[in-house]
Design a protein around this ligand. Structure first.
Ligand SMILES: Cc1cc2nc3c(=O)[nH]c(=O)nc-3n(C[C@H](O)[C@H](O)[C@H](O)COP(=O)(O)O)c2cc1C
Length: 194
């Protein structure tokens, strides 16, 4: 696949096999994240990859714990790959993915959030290239907003003042890989010189 085919092929996957992602592939995906564009060239984001199923399940539940369902009315994400919004019986926001990368960024920096999501986007594209499925997950800050969450960050060597901005799930798609999704019309304009 060339880069344009790869971009079209990538989908957010929420059903994973138990099979773990090889460590060398994970390291290449992390490296792709570290090479993402970053505001001011400051390289302020940091990635922590979790591969212990008990830990990913616990943090995945913390990720759902802070979700305010009353604010979701009318939202619908996917039939083929239901999200926690679509299926309230799902208890972990990480859908059983065998590897979960947490993207942290410097909390008091103006571009902390875009920095982290640029990193995540590089990672999901690199994963697709390696035949690995992925999904970007939000609610980073809320997930770690507890004494236990702060303790985990400390144990993982996350610098003080850093905040979790998002997660990148990695694994192998269980069942059929979803088809390319058609794009909504009218979403761009090109303005040429007169
Ligand atoms: C900023 C951002 C936050 C997202 N957060 C979540 C999330 O919390 N849970 C989830 O299941 N998917 C999440 N996604 C994945 C989107 O739901 C997904 O990209 C969208 O439905 C389009 O589907 P596709 O990625 O398969 O093209 C997020 C994506 C982005 C870009």
């Amino acid at each position: 696949m060339n880069i344009f085919e790869l971009i079209r092929h990538r989908r957010s996957i929420r059903k994973y096999e138990e099979r773990q992602v090889p460590r060398e592939d994970l390291e290449r995906i992390i490296e792709a994240g570290l090479y993402a564009p970053n505001a001011g060239g400051g390289q302020r984001s940091m990635i922590v990859a979790l591969r212990d199923p008990k830990l990913t399940e616990a943090v995945g539940r913390m990720n759902v714990g802070k979700l305010d369902r009353s604010r979701l009315s009318g939202s619908f994400v996917s039939n083929e790959q239901p999200s926690i919004i679509d299926d309230p019986t799902l208890k972990s926001g990480f859908y059983g993915a065998p590897t979960v990368c947490v993207v942290f960024a410097q909390g008091n920096f103006l571009y902390s959030i875009p920095d982290a999501f640029c990193c995540a986007e590089n990672m999901v594209l690199a994963a697709t290239e390696l035949g690995i499925s992925s999904c970007i997950i939000a609610r980073g800050e809320e997930t770690f907003d507890s004494d236990y969450g702060h303790q985990l960050m400390h144990d993982w060597g996350v610098p003080l003042g850093y905040v979790a901005r998002c997660f990148v799930l990695l694994g192998y798609c269980k069942g059929d890989y979803p088809a390319v999704k058609p794009r909504r019309q009218g979403r761009y304009n090109i303005v040429e010189a007169d």
